[in-house]
Write a protein that binds this ligand. Structure first.
Ligand SMILES: Nc1nc2c(ncn2[C@@H]2O[C@H](COP(=O)(O)OP(=O)(O)OP(=O)(O)O)[C@@H](O)[C@H]2O)c(=O)[nH]1
Ligand SMILES: [Mg+2]
Length: 261
């Protein structure tokens, strides 16, 4: 670019600037301020929307003791069939998909990120990796082999309910009584009451352990009252399912309540 064309460009720019100044001068100040106000307001509005959007997570976690049926449920949610459910999982199963029952729907639905965290105690810490972005936790309970495992299930549930992130973010929890296809399955009311009773006992013993054990950062329930899930800060609901016979509508309902389609 030679010197002349630079000069020309400068001149042109100066002219445009003058014109713009004149134009702005012609606008009444009130109108100008209003325009700036609207501009600021809309940018602010979009910023807020973006922030909220980022907060709406689509991860749900399947947790619970080994053998409760998480992997079968995972496959039912994804494929509508129960294959690969009979071996103990050695690592988390995860996938982002549209629920199988929603595939035929005409309108577009938001995919769900489902993580099946194995119940083996060595693999449970994996749960912590997924908690920060989870929209809900499904705690699967074997409704048939319930009584022999009530203590272990309550301990695991107690650990989840007292995790700082679960309490602070008020992550909703679904207690899912699975295997109701079997006539020997216990009712969800019975299971809820037994879990509450067992957690009440745990609370007493763990509080007595004193502050030396700080792995559980929050105390559960209302002091001086028998423990009930209704005392939890986060919403705890109870439902039934049978992964084997694909009776999972209550589970899907919970998922869609917290991961909007
Ligand atoms: N009757 C009945 N059996 C079921 C049902 N769901 C799972 N099972 C059986 O329970 C056993 C364990 O199921 P899994 O899905 O592998 O259990 P899991 O919770 O993934 O276990 P881990 O991976 O060890 O944590 C399998 O033999 C399943 O066939 C059900 O709804 N009804
Ligand atoms: Mg499994």
């Amino acid at each position: 670019m030679d010197k002349e064309s630079v000069e020309q460009l400068k001149f042109q720019l100066q002219q445009w600037l003058n014109e713009a100044q004149q134009l702005i001068g012609q606008i009444p100040p009130a109108q100008l301020y209003a325009a700036i106000g609207v501009l600021l307001f809309t940018s602010f509005f979009f910023l807020i929307i973006r922030l909220f959007k980022r907060r709406s997570f689509n991860t749900v976690l399947l947790t619970g003791l080994s053998g409760s049926g998480k992997t079968v449920l995972f496959h039912q949610l994804r494929d509508g069939s129960s294959h690969q459910g009979s071996v103990t999982s050695m690592e988390p199963n995860e996938g982002t998909f549209i629920l199988h029952s929603e595939i035929s729907k005409k309108r577009k639905v938001k995919p769900v990120h489902v993580v099946d965290v194995p119940g083996h105690s060595r693999l449970r810490p994996k749960l912590d990796e997924y908690l920060p972005q989870s929209a809900g936790i499904i705690f699967v309970v074997d409704a048939v082999e319930f009584l022999p495992n009530v203590r272990a299930a309550s301990e695991y549930l107690y650990d989840i309910l007292t995790k700082a992130i679960v309490v602070k973010k008020k992550i909703p929890i679904l207690l899912l009584c699975n295997k109701v296809d079997k006539i020997t399955a216990h009712t969800k009311d019975f299971i809820r009451k037994q879990l509450e009773k067992e957690i009440d006992k745990l609370r007493a013993s763990r509080t007595a352990l004193s502050s030396a054990d700080i792995s559980n950062e929050y105390t559960l329930g209302t002091p001086g009252e028998a423990f009930a899930f209704s005392q939890c800060q986060n919403k705890v609901t109870i439902a039934e399912a049978s992964g084997l016979t694909n009776d999972i509508s209550q589970l899907e309902q919970f998922i869609r309540e917290y991961v909007r389609a």
